[in-house]
Write a protein that binds this ligand. Structure first.
Ligand code: AMP
Length: 178
């Protein structure tokens, strides 16, 4: 099974993706985690760190190559949850090209209102969560990533989930929607 988690920053995508991956025995594939694991003293790691701190997106070519290598690893052979990829139309098209007919089974969209998002993000205090970066990340989501919901909608795979509530209840809702 291949599942994509979509939602604005602060919607709880990462938290829920980890929980659902554990319950279903799927690999959890997070491009954000992969970027945070890069050594910032390397050329690539340094460039990526600066981009992440600005709230902008890492260039598609870098992300796509990294993601394709990751899903070719043995632990992803039985399925995976994509958390944070694709975030742009070119990334979604590259994913389609590499999956072929064996496409995504579900696209889980976590819905949370903007005020709730901003207070959640500022409360978690991650290194790339400065106020300017948060504002940029929300705008980038609206501009580049949110349109992917309409991109996947005609395939009948989009599952919209209310992302406000108890963590356990949201996980249960996601599981029952799959
Ligand atoms: P995340 O942990 O998913 O919130 O990602 C943190 C940051 O990593 C993002 O704000 C981007 O700068 C970068 N990033 C993660 N995934 C992608 C992606 N698919 N495309 C471009 N940049 C990404």
């Amino acid at each position: 099974m291949k599942i994509l988690f979509l939602g604005p920053p602060g919607a709880g995508k990462g938290t829920q993706a980890v929980r659902v991956a554990e319950r279903l025995g799927l690999a959890h594939v997070s491009t954000g985690d992969m970027f945070r694991a890069l050594d910032p003293d390397t050329d690539l790691g340094g460039r990526v760190k600066a981009i992440m701190e600005s709230g902008e997106l890492v260039p598609d070519s870098i992300v796509i190559e990294m993601l394709e290598n990751r899903i070719a690893e043995p632990d992803a052979a039985d399925g995976y949850i994509l958390d944070g990829f694709p975030r742009t139309r070119p990334q979604a098209e590259a994913l389609d090209a590499s999956l072929g007919d064996d496409g995504l089974d579900h696209v889980v969209v976590l819905e949370v209102g903007t005020d709730e998002l901003v207070s959640r993000i500022l409360a978690r205090g991650r290194a790339d969560d400065t106020e300017d970066a948060v504002r940029t990340r929300l705008a980038v989501y609206d501009r580049d990533t949110e349109p992917l919901i309409e991109f996947y909608e005609p395939r009948g795979v989009v599952r919209r989930i209310d992302g406000v509530g108890e963590i356990d209840d949201i996980t249960a809702e996601i599981l029952s929607a799959l």
